[in-house]
Design a protein around this ligand. Structure first.
Ligand SMILES: NC(=O)c1ccc[n+]([C@@H]2O[C@H](COP(=O)([O-])OP(=O)(O)OC[C@H]3O[C@@H](n4cnc5c(N)ncnc54)[C@H](OP(=O)(O)O)[C@@H]3O)[C@@H](O)[C@H]2O)c1
Length: 313
């Protein structure tokens, strides 16, 4: 049986105090209703556990769009007119967060128990309130690409969500995530930048790679719709393989087989710009193979990987 340490007991007491001080339906004010905040607001409202109260946004159009979905919300143009709430959610672009948080810190009704939350995957929640005595802070990062609000509202539930906060605040974030249908895991504030770099690489660079491959096909007069299908089908099929197998097991193709002739043909068919990305990815791909050092060196020479870099490895 797990016996609670003194620190854990303190945290449990603090958590109980935070939750006990909140009314049955948590009231949320939102500052910045972009794609993520609009989606979360609608899902929170639908959960019937949370009351979306007031919203402020730089341009009125986004606030109106949310009001169209949730007619009861109050649109605020001056932050000083915002009614008290237990939680303030910042749905702003990352670099604006400290600036707006500083303005919010001057609101009269703020207490040391008010919880400030943002959605950034890369920034620690402390950007919202460096002085821990003035308010509690937390961040929740839904692991999802919010390209379009309607699609996000219907497909976000079931996805993962990183939460980062002091232990006493984590249960509140868990309630918020779960009421939007999200499955939580914890990330520490120190590791957020690297955590987010990894996720951005998997999401954003997949899209970049898709574009890179399509462009090559279109340059040899393969029609757009066929290029789309070819690249999307292969990417999806490989992603499906990755659900079942490790990257090393899922890898196929000339690099995995050590097929020098084909790699050389690829290399000479590419423009100098295309070669830059092909080279960087091929070097990483070699690490997934079981090719001997001699075979790997031969491939590196074909793709003009500098002799100095080969010698330094
Ligand atoms: N997009 C994703 O896939 C995704 C996924 C997970 C987490 N996140 C995080 O969620 C947060 C919001 O992202 P989002 O995609 O929802 O952003 P978004 O749709 O681009 O909305 C950005 C928001 O920031 C406001 N804003 C931008 N510049 C401003 C300024 N100078 N002053 C005041 N307000 C300003 C915008 O107001 P206007 O309407 O007036 O322009 C809008 O409310 C970010 O922290 C992001 O890292 C995003």
């Amino acid at each position: 049986m797990h016996t609670q340490t003194k620190a854990e007991k303190m945290n449990t007491v603090q958590t109980r105090q935070i939750l006990a001080s909140k009314p049955k339906k948590l009231r949320i004010n939102i500052i910045g209703v972009g794609k993520v905040a609009t989606t979360m607001a609608v899902l929170w409202h639908r959960s019937n556990q949370i009351h979306i109260q007031s919203v402020w946004n730089r341009s009125i159009s986004a606030s109106r769009q949310l009001q169209h979905l949730l007619p009861h919300i109050e649109i605020i143009s001056d932050l000083n007119d915002m009614s008290p709430a237990e939680i303030i959610v910042f749905g702003l672009r990352d670099q604006i967060l400290p600036i707006m948080a500083e303005k919010v810190s001057r609101m009269q009704w703020m207490t040391p128990d008010t919880i400030l939350i943002h959605f950034s995957g890369a920034l620690a929640s402390s950007v919202l309130m460096p002085d821990k005595k003035k308010a509690l802070t937390g961040s929740m990062h839904p692991v999802f690409a919010f390209s379009d609000i309607d699609t996000a509202i219907s497909t976000l539930p079931g996805h993962l969500c990183a939460i980062e906060a002091a232990e006493a605040v984590q249960p509140v974030l868990q309630i918020l995530a779960q009421s939007a249908g999200l499955e939580t895991f914890i990330v520490s504030s120190e590791q957020k930048a690297r955590y987010h770099a990894a996720l951005s690489a998997s999401a954003n660079f997949l899209v970049t790679l898709n574009h890179y491959a399509r462009n090559m096909l279109e340059s040899i007069s393969i029609p757009n719709n066929l290029a789309d299908r070819l690249v999307n089908q292969l990417m999806l099929q490989n992603l499906n393989q990755l659900q079942q197998f490790s990257p090393a097991e899922a890898l196929t193709g000339p690099i995995s087989r050590g097929d020098m002739h084909t790699i050389s043909k690829h290399w000479h068919s590419l423009t100098t710009q295309e070669q830059n990305l092909y080279q960087a990815l091929a070097i990483q791909t070699l690490k997934l193979t079981t090719l001997s050092q001699a075979e790997q060196t031969q491939i590196k020479k074909i793709i003009n990987y500098s002799q100095d870099e080969i010698a330094n490895e």
